[in-house]
Design a protein around this ligand. Structure first.
Ligand code: AMP
Length: 116
């Protein structure tokens, strides 16, 4: 089954796309946790960070380069931002199509919630 992110990348369902190239696509998170909350997603459907392979190296590197460019375009590069990849159940992953969260536009506080 294709993921909801693959359908956004293919243009089959709407997404607020802010960046697209041959390897990755980025769009605004539907439930933003910060003033800027963008998901950077490889066009190839890799389920989790634990499923990456050597052949994915270019796409993985491009995710970081895209994050840098988008942060500049969104005006948050200088103030700073956080990049997060959740992996599987304990990582809190909800959508099983690898993605990196780009969060910024306010002070983000401690890296982890104190809730156990
Ligand atoms: P994660 O918990 O790391 O798997 O994050 C999944 C993220 O995808 C959540 O922050 C959701 O708000 C976001 N999300 C789910 N469906 C959509 C959608 N259709 N468009 C944009 N973001 C979405």
């Amino acid at each position: 089954m294709r993921t909801i992110f693959s359908k956004i990348i293919a243009g089959e369902i709407p997404g607020d796309i802010v960046y697209r190239d041959d390897l990755v696509t980025a769009f605004r998170d539907i439930n933003p946790q910060a003033p800027t909350h963008i998901l950077i997603v490889p066009n190839k459907e890799i389920p989790t960070a634990d499923d990456v392979e050597a052949a994915d190296e270019a796409a993985l590197g491009r995710m970081l380069l895209a994050a840098k460019q988008i942060a500049r375009e969104q005006g948050i590069a200088e103030s700073g931002y956080r990049l997060i990849i959740n992996c599987r159940e304990h990582g809190g992953q909800e959508v099983y199509h690898l993605h990196m969260h780009l969060l910024g536009g306010r002070r983000l506080g401690p890296m982890l919630s104190s809730a156990q």
